[in-house]
Write a new protein. Structure first.
Length: 207
């Protein structure tokens, strides 16, 4: 199995080439090229979320833990009579640490539970789901940026799936869906919906 660095290198290379082309042919500019490059590179490592010891998985756990910790710290330091806030610094630190540990563990557990390696995150809808979600998130940046991000997002994830397939001489990473029919149906439906929104939204004139 190609490792994290291979996937990162390949998606970074593909993204750099495409962004350079977009710059030359369409004058992408910022933030389009920066966001598109990010979408491509991150897409290249995304599928390994379903590998139990992968770097993207650990990263998700850390991000979830930090989010929970900062939410708890924000709550604890707010000035309010309820729960005797603001708390003393040591109490805040302990509460934030507890939140981090708890949410980190929960996130890892949930993602591991819903995925098997080369499962859902290594199937055909994922490049489109990822690109659609990313494009939706940055839809306020205008059409050019949305299109650039969408294309790089799709290509980024595909570099991963294709590399896995070539390296192992197996079409498994390029499967249409998983063996779970209902999960696959929901996945494809959600993917179609997200992409419809992402690609239509920037073209609705703001009255
Ligand atoms: Zn993989």
């Amino acid at each position: 199995m190609p490792n994290f660095n291979y996937h990162l290198g390949a998606s970074a290379l593909a993204s750099a080439v495409l962004v350079a082309y977009g710059e030359a042919a369409y004058g992408l500019g910022q933030p389009a090229s920066g966001l598109a490059f990010l979408a491509g590179v991150a897409g290249g490592v995304l599928p390994d979320l379903d590998s139990d010891s992968s770097i993207p998985l650990r990263f998700s756990g850390i991000v979830a833990g930090l989010g929970a910790a900062s939410a708890v710290a924000g709550f604890a330091m707010a000035d309010s009579g309820v729960f005797d806030r603001p708390w003393r610094p040591l109490t805040v630190a302990v509460a934030a640490l507890a939140a981090f540990v708890l949410f980190n563990a929960l996130t890892l557990k949930v993602i591991k539970k819903i995925t098997v390696h080369r499962g859902l995150f290594h199937s055909f809808p994922i490049p489109f789901l990822y690109a659609g979600v990313f494009a939706l998130l940055i839809s306020s940046q205008g059409r050019k940026t949305v299109m650039a991000v969408w294309i790089l997002g799709v290509v980024g994830v595909f570099t991963h799936l294709v590399m896995d397939a070539v390296r192992d001489l197996s079409f498994n990473p390029l499967k249409f869906a998983t063996s779970d029919i209902s999960a696959s149906t929901r996945l494809w439906f959600g993917t179609a919906l997200v992409n419809l929104l992402a690609l239509i939204y920037p073209f609705i004139p703001l009255s």
